[in-house]
Design a protein around this ligand. Structure first.
Ligand code: ZN
Length: 83
């Protein structure tokens, strides 16, 4: 069996299997969570809300994806994913 690709969570910076992380990408200038397409710049975050809070506080997503995220963006992402 091939080892699963590993990615780093931008919240806790831990390296984890890609399937256990959410992928956030910028597609056509918009921030998209778990897009079907595998294009665009992307960043990975654990499913743990604590990691999201950390990433938001550190502006880790802004740095990883070269965009400016607002509080509303984070709310939208949380509502879409972290239910
Ligand atoms: Zn994490």
């Amino acid at each position: 069996m091939r080892p699963e690709p590993q990615r780093t969570c931008i919240g806790c910076r831990q390296v984890k299997p890609r399937s256990s992380l959410h992928r956030l990408a910028v597609i056509d200038g918009k921030l998209v969570a778990d897009p079907a397409r595998v294009t665009g710049r992307s960043a990975y975050l654990c499913r743990d809300p604590a990691c999201w809070a950390l990433a938001e506080k550190r502006r880790a997503l802004d740095r990883a994806l070269e965009l400016h995220t607002s509080t509303q963006d984070w709310e939208r992402l949380r509502q879409g994913i972290l239910i």
